[in-house]
Design a protein around this ligand. Structure first.
Ligand SMILES: Cc1cc2nc3c(=O)[nH]c(=O)nc-3n(C[C@H](O)[C@H](O)[C@H](O)COP(=O)(O)OP(=O)(O)OC[C@H]3O[C@@H](n4cnc5c(N)ncnc54)[C@H](O)[C@@H]3O)c2cc1C
Length: 496
């Protein structure tokens, strides 16, 4: 089947009857429910965008010849990588980078997993070829253009203990039974962003939390349709308050929702299982399949689009209230410009230094992408802080559209909310956008998302440190000190 249209996506979501819960109630139809309908519409728009810009966003499927989404491509050349990045950028720009979980994020990972089928074959058992399973699943998702969410982490019960050591070892999702047809899973996993409105979910091993063999029952990778019997998605309360997009420009369109996923003896057929009872494979999955690199490529492209958008908001605010001549204002806007240019440099270096990996894919250089994904969680916090510093009271003097419509106070708002060269109506709309990025529940969730979505940045930085090639730099210093000793005519010091 060729790439989906928005209408096809919405129809499938409506018909799936996934078990989604919010605020103590089952959601019958997310395409009509106030917490999900607007963001579902945004995802539908992304699918439609693939057709509006088909030359940039679709490619010919190697198996069916249909035109499918370019985010699924297994890149073979640098041109493929660049084309894929341009596709990521198109989707990211639609939301100003505020939809972290547009489907391209997961699409890149299943492409990498399928390319690395031999990695999954290391876990083959009982006549089941896990490598074949992942290849077939990738092709199924690509040909049906499905939207996927994923869950990586165990519930936050007691982080000082492994899963098998927990007081209640049945909290985190685990394999409770296996038979000739598949596995049965019970327990809980976190945190499925977009889970309320996706077609399927993948349970992945964590990128950071390494397990021992004692945790084997928790060590698995599998996929399932969201309407699988025995699966529930419990979504957090919505930050889409049912307002119009003028009042809530972000929350009313892009609140992706985050869901707790609960399994109650859920049956997963073998063909959807990729790793079973195997801590060793789980610990190595991301690095050895290169999935983390392809996902980082999407993330960095998305974050460049996000930085462009935040910069645009900051520059518009500066102009709106005439604060451009102040030194610290320029300095702060320049900070965001420098973040943008630095992120671009990371991306371009990663693409420029890309190489064919052991699976035959043109794979970006991980080091600059890894640096960018370690850095952005911190600098994003600074970007929204800059919006707050430059916005000041303007971020609170934000009457709603209804205020502007009111016969009595509307004219007052037009006049008293005006900016340097801008009418009050337009200025407030701009500042409401800034508020929704930097102040609102939606905006604060974005900041938390950027900080944590790829894993705990503290532990990520430790992994970065551990893998970094430190020897050349220590050697340089050693040689420098040796030279100083030679020049000073010192050979050794005798301790008295
Ligand atoms: C908005 C949002 C969306 C997300 N979306 C998804 C998603 O779609 N899919 C998904 O799978 N996950 C998602 N996540 C989860 C994300 O992967 C985790 O938040 C991240 O891996 C950190 O894990 P945690 O939240 O369990 O924090 P914890 O691991 O519980 O950490 C809590 C605090 O304790 C510290 N800490 C805990 N253990 C250790 C340790 N061993 N060493 C050092 N410090 C430690 C951490 O530094 C942190 O400060 C999302 C998270 C957020 C906030």
């Amino acid at each position: 089947m060729p790439a989906r249209t928005g209408e096809q996506y919405l129809k499938a979501l409506k018909e799936a009857k996934n078990r989604i819960y919010i605020d103590g109630q089952r959601v019958e139809d997310p395409t009509e429910h106030p917490a999900f309908k607007n963001v579902a519409r945004s995802v539908a728009d992304l699918y439609d965008l693939q057709y509006e810009k088909r030359d940039k966003m679709l490619y010919t499927s190697p198996t069916t010849g249909d035109l499918v989404g370019l985010s699924f491509i297994a890149p073979k050349t640098k041109e493929d990588l660049i084309a894929r990045r341009e596709m990521f950028t198109e989707w990211a720009r639609y939301s100003g980078g505020m939809m972290g979980r547009s489907p391209d994020y997961i699409n890149t990972s299943i492409m990498a997993f399928a390319s690395a089928a031999e990695f999954f074959r290391q876990g083959n058992r009982d006549g089941i070829d896990f490598g074949e399973n992942i290849v077939k699943y990738y092709e199924y998702v690509r040909e049906n253009d499905l939207a996927l969410t994923h869950t990586l982490i165990h519930p936050q019960v007691n982080r000082a203990k492994a899963q098998h050591e927990q007081n209640d070892p049945h909290v985190s999702a685990r394999i409770v039974k296996k038979d000739a047809d598949g596995i049965y899973v019970s327990g809980c996993r976190l945190l499925a962003t977009l889970g309320g409105i996706t077609d399927e979910c993948i349970v992945y091993p964590s990128t950071l939390n390494k397990a021992t063999n004692n945790d084997d029952p928790y060590c698995m990778a599998f996929a399932f349709a969201n309407n699988t019997h025995g699966v529930k998605f419990v979504c957090r309360e919505s930050f889409d308050y049912g307002k119009n997009q003028w009042d809530h420009p972000m929350g009313a369109q892009f609140d992706e929702s985050d869901a707790i996923v609960i399994f109650e003896n859920a049956f997963i057929p073998w063909e959807r299982v990729f790793i079973v009872h195997n801590a060793d494979l789980c610990n190595r999955t991301y690095r050895e399949t290169n999935a983390v690199i392809h996902m980082s490529h999407q993330v960095v492209a998305k974050n460049i689009a996000k930085t462009e958008f935040v910069l645009g908001v900051i520059l518009s605010m500066i102009e709106a209230v005439g604060i451009e001549q102040f030194q610290h204002v320029k300095e702060k806007a320049a900070e965001v410009m420098i973040i943008l240019e630095t992120m671009r440099s990371h991306l371009y270096r990663a693409e420029q230094d890309a190489k064919i990996d052991r699976y035959g894919n043109m794979t970006p250089d991980f080091l600059p992408l890894d640096a960018a994904r370690n850095w952005y969680p911190k600098v994003y916090q600074r970007m929204v802080e800059i919006i707050r510093i430059l916005g000041a009271s303007g971020l609170m003097a934000i009457p709603t559209h209804k205020d502007f419509e009111d016969a009595e106070i509307g004219p007052l708002m037009h006049r008293y909310m005006q900016g340097a060269n801008i009418d009050g109506y337009e200025r407030v709309q701009l500042y409401r956008l800034a508020w929704d990025i930097a102040i609102s529940a939606f905006g604060n969730r974005q900041a938390l998302y950027e900080y944590y979505f790829f894993g705990d940045p503290v532990r990520m930085s430790n992994v970065f440190y551990d893998h970094y090639d430190k020897a050349p730099y220590k050697q340089q210093v050693k040689e420098f000190l040796e030279r100083a000793k030679r020049r000073a005519g010192i050979t050794s010091v005798t301790l008295s």
